[in-house]
Design a protein around this ligand. Structure first.
Ligand code: ADP
Length: 300
């Protein structure tokens, strides 16, 4: 072997050794980065290298980033709490005067009044009732949105939830000569019973409110592969297609709604309830042919 070949071979060998060393180093760094991310996810990250190396610098930056983000998460949580407290305080303060206004309006309505006075008292009472509903809806929405009022979905039978909701609306349906039916079901789904009942009540409230006297409202449960679908169908006026995307928005009221009581928050809240438990809310409707609102709930 000539001297030149020996030099070349040595250089090749040195290059191979250098490559192997680099490879091992990068592997070690990647493994450490992987461990760091794993520890960060489980909240157990702590610095291990305190030297002049690049890895130590990365670790220290990472630790700073985690500290800053956990601080900002705490701030966000505190802000949510204070917004919630503010809304609760304001609504508590408003509740009493609003209840008093209703009481005085009622007392006034018992007095001998002229026609115009009577109209004004009725308007006063209905506007105050609206204000009361608005405050209640505001508190519920704010609690859902700030995550203060968390839902606790569990696997549960849908029949008792639907039955409780329907029962609350039977007297009203009877007063308006409407038929309110619940089809029997043995289906089960993952949902928070209390909030799902609330969502169903919102749909029933709308169905009875917008359906003229003598109409029919039906609650039906159907099971699909992944979801259970709870339908509330009515024989009311239906909803024009161009309005269907807007009705789930906050404070949206349809063209047909202004003759009825309401504040435009029921469907928004219902959709939030469905989504908070992994489901969704859908509407299918044709003007003149009634509407069906469907809450989809996970089956497992
Ligand atoms: P609100 O009933 O207080 O107006 P919602 O958020 O519950 O508010 O409903 C939003 C709008 O959707 C209503 O104003 C109405 O126009 C329409 N809507 C909801 N449910 C029905 C229904 N069953 N039939 C016809 N229109 C409906």
């Amino acid at each position: 072997m000539s001297g030149r070949e020996i030099v070349l071979l040595s250089l090749l060998l040195a290059a191979v050794v250098l490559l192997c060393w680099q490879h091992c180093r990068i592997r070690r760094i990647l493994q450490r980065l992987d461990r760091m991310l794993g520890q960060a996810v489980s909240g157990e990250f702590c610095e291990q290298n305190f030297d002049e190396s690049m890895l130590s610098a990365v670790e220290s930056r990472f630790a700073q980033y985690l500290a800053a983000s956990s601080l900002s998460a705490r701030h966000v949580q505190q802000e949510k709490q204070s917004i919630e407290t503010l809304i609760t305080d304001i609504s508590h303060q408003i509740r009493t005067p609003v209840a008093n206004i209703r009481l005085y309006a009622q007392l006034l309505s018992e007095q001998p009044l002229e026609e115009q006075g009577r109209v004004c008292v009725e308007a006063l009472d209905s506007q105050t009732e609206k204000l009361q509903a608005l405050i209640e809806a505001l508190v519920k929405t704010s609690r859902l949105e700030t995550g203060i009022l968390a839902l606790h979905p569990v696997m549960t039978g849908l029949a008792p939830i639907a039955a409780r909701a329907v029962e609350q609306y039977l007297p009203r349906a009877k007063r308006r000569q409407q038929v309110l039916m619940l089809e029997p079901t043995a289906e089960r789904a993952v949902c928070d019973p209390k909030w799902t009942e609330e969502a169903l009540c919102n749909l029933l409230d709308n169905a009875l409110k917008y359906t003229p006297e003598g109409g029919t409202v039906t609650v039906r449960v159907q099971a699909y592969e992944m979801f259970c679908r709870v339908d509330v169908s009515d024989t009311g006026p239906g909803i024009p297609e161009e309005e269907q995307a807007s009705i789930f928005g906050r404070f949206y009221r349809g063209e047909n709604a202004y003759t009825e009581q309401g504040v435009g928050i029921g469907l928004y809240l219902t959709r939030r309830i469905a989504e908070e438990q992994g489901g969704y809310l859908k509407v299918s409707s044709q003007p003149g042919k009634g509407s069906t609102f469907s809450i989809f709930l996970l089956r497992g």
